[in-house]
Write a protein of this length. Structure first.
Length: 297
């Protein structure tokens, strides 16, 4: 299947780190402060889909008209018979390989900005223009300072990195010592970690997963992650959230969640990426790396 992303050229190349490069931008929507998604088109003529740009997965999936059973929710489905470029074989090129081969992007990178919601929404609400994924460049308006780059661990097939330490406020927590590993996952809402290590963070925070909303402003202002020798900070509006349930009752909870995978591996999801502008760099296919910098709110 030939994949075409609904790319838009930047109105001002001066806002990017390098002038006169091919850059494509997809606007992101925030669904219920749970996930970010954007629009792509598949096949010829194009068939449009709303998809999650999920760095935690190595595949590109869209629903098909060939699916034999009804689904709970109605979604656009790909009609293979209506596409002139469809063919059923494995080993097709990835979206990124297509963008490079068609000279739609000049640099083999993409960067993600996810805005932090200023007002918490009930589940099901969505926010337009809540961020961007930029193919082929960096928008300097999306971050402050310089990115710190760390290598992607080889042989995993995923955007997996090493992490050295976690801090609650100014206090180091006895986790990730001397190091642990983390997937940088734009398709996950929360930050997941090993059960015992997350419990140690709860202790430093002085709370549990679910807590009274009256205690929200008493939480430490910042949590930080030591990656590539640099502390990357997220604030209480990133690692905790206030929302309204279906009965219009106010609820509060942490976005630090225990994982029972049995490994010392973390998942840095949306709660991390809303505070940290992230660059996925595959200029060298054999040595990919990820860059992190403070995101502009």
């Amino acid at each position: 299947t030939i994949i075409f992303c609904a790319l838009q050229k930047s109105d001002s190349s001066a806002s990017f780190t390098t002038k006169n490069i091919n850059v494509g931008v997809v606007s992101l929507r925030n669904f219920g402060d749970l996930i970010f998604y954007g629009e792509v088109s598949v096949g010829t003529p194009p068939q449009k889909f709303n998809v999650v740009f999920d760095t935690g997965s190595s595949n590109f999936w869209v629903p098909s008209t060939r699916w034999p059973t009804k689904t709970m929710f109605r979604h656009q489905k790909f009609n293979a018979k209506a596409s002139k470029t469809y063919f059923p074989i494995a080993g097709t090129k990835t979206v990124l390989e297509n963008l490079v081969e068609k000279n739609l992007i000049s640099q083999r990178i993409f960067s993600i900005r996810m805005k932090t919601s200023r007002k918490r929404k009930r589940a099901g609400d969505e926010v337009q223009n809540a961020g961007q994924i930029t193919f082929g460049g960096l928008n300097k308006r999306h971050f402050r300072g310089e990115h710190v780059y760390v290598p992607v661990l080889s042989g995993t097939g995923f955007w997996k990195i090493s992490m050295s330490q976690i801090y609650v406020g100014a206090h180091a927590v006895d986790v990730c010592i001397p190091q642990c590993f983390a997937f940088v996952d734009s398709g996950t809402t929360d930050i997941y970690g090993p059960k015992e290590q997350i419990k140690k963070i709860y202790e430093k925070l002085g709370t549990e997963k679910v807590f009274a909303c009256s205690e929200f402003k008493k939480l430490p202002a910042m949590i930080s992650f030591l990656i590539g020798g640099k502390r990357l900070f997220i604030n209480r509006n990133n690692y905790a959230y206030e929302y309204t349930d279906t009965k219009d009752a106010k609820r509060c909870a942490l976005r630090l969640v225990t994982s029972d995978t049995g490994t010392d591996t973390w998942i840095l999801g949306m709660a991390f990426m809303q505070a940290i502008h992230t660059v996925f760099d595959f200029q060298d296919f054999n040595r990919p790396k990820i860059g992190f910098a403070e995101a502009v709110p």
